[in-house]
Design a protein around this ligand. Structure first.
Ligand SMILES: Cc1cc2nc3c(=O)[nH]c(=O)nc-3n(C[C@H](O)[C@H](O)[C@H](O)COP(=O)(O)O)c2cc1C
Length: 334
């Protein structure tokens, strides 16, 4: 199979992963309208190329939150990445480091935040959820700060977990051999639940803007809000002193029926670009998508699912480990 574009990696992954795992990674909420719209909206935007410019040497470096990255594409947080490849998040962090770009490690990683940052010499950010038990969040923030993460990315679009029908049908659970490593310190704690991401009980649906102030009081790291989709909320974010915004609809996994992120990017850029850096994720699958996002004002883009497809492909190429992982996952899903 020739691997030419990201769609090829996606097709490969669909064939290769157990279907419940594929459904978890690929899925969106409800009718998957917003997930699909993210992709379609890029196709509707036309380029207006200028010619006879010297493009023999192209410098794609940029900075995000003051750190230089080699090109304006970072890696979005994806929980439970080790179903695609053992040590999933550590592998992603190594890849990001090799490419000199940014990786946002998920709260729901299957590798510990200590192990992830240990392989990163550059730009590693941490994605945070706010839990009902605030001390759990507070302890995560303290660990992040002491370990050398460069920014805190607070995901603000998950008051409740999106209704992902396929996961419900599959009764999706984290395979028994994997753990949410960031919660191991809560071993004897009732917050240690290996299926935390699928469980609304622990996330706090009562989070408001005042909690952003609370988080600010816990850390002097840059705070970036992920999941902003309107200029009104972008303006509120600025007023609450954040340093960045990721225009995101969680890859269409949360509230279905919202706009594609690239559709709302311009209004947000216009409202706040002079105050904070604006990034975007959702449906970015080719260089021209990146170009469109930058042309519409994003400082950098982030990609989610394609990294999982890449991990799966890499893993199959390194057969020595993948067979045992698949057997374990296979046993779990029958
Ligand atoms: C399998 C999967 C797990 C995800 N886990 C998280 C997460 O733990 N935290 C978070 O803020 N976003 C999470 N996201 C959303 C991504 O960070 C990102 O917003 C989205 O994937 C971007 O869209 P794309 O997949 O089309 O590139 C997840 C997305 C996927 C596909």
């Amino acid at each position: 199979m020739s691997m030419i574009c990201l769609d090829d990696f996606e097709a490969y992954t669909e064939c290769f992963l157990p279907s419940a795992v594929w459904d978890f990674y690929a899925g969106g909420a409800d009718d998957c309208e917003s997930r699909d719209r993210n992709l379609l909206a890029f196709k509707r935007i036309r380029l207006r190329p200028r010619v006879l410019r010297d493009v023999s040497a192209v410098d794609m470096r940029t900075t995000i939150q003051g750190t230089e990255i080699s090109f304006p594409v970072g890696i979005a947080p994806t929980g439970i990445s080790s179903m695609a490849c053992p040590d999933g998040e550590v592998c992603i962090a190594k890849a990001a480091d090799a490419m000199k770009t940014c990786y946002i490690a998920s709260t729901y990683a299957t590798c510990s935040l200590e192990d992830i940052v240990a392989v990163s010499s550059g730009c590693c950010w941490f994605q945070l959820y706010v839990f009902k038990r605030r001390e759990v969040t507070e302890r995560l923030v303290q660990r992040v700060k002491s370990l050398g993460y460069k920014a805190l990315v607070v995901t603000v679009d998950v008051p409740y977990i999106g209704k992902r029908r396929k996961d419900m049908l599959n009764d999706f659970k984290i395979p028994a051999h994997l753990k949410l490593k960031n919660f191991e310190i809560f071993k004897k704690d009732k917050d240690r639940n290996d299926n935390l991401p699928l469980c609304n009980d622990v996330l706090d649906p009562a989070v408001t803007w005042s909690d952003i102030q609370w988080l600010r009081s816990l850390t002097d790291l840059p705070i970036i809000l992920k999941g902003i989709l309107t200029k009104e909320d972008a303006e509120l974010a600025v007023r609450h002193g954040v340093q960045g915004i990721i225009v995101s609809n969680h890859g269409g996994r949360q509230l279905d029926g919202v706009s594609a992120t690239i559709e709302v990017l311009p209004e947000i850029v216009e409202a706040v670009r002079s105050c904070v850096e604006v990034y975007v994720d959702g449906g970015i699958r080719r260089g021209t998508d990146v170009l469109k996002a930058l042309a519409l004002g994003a400082k950098c883009v982030f990609i989610g699912r394609p990294v999982i497809w890449g991990l799966t492909y890499k893993e199959n190429k390194c057969l020595e480990y993948s067979l045992s992982t698949l057997q374990m996952i296979g046993k779990f899903y029958g």
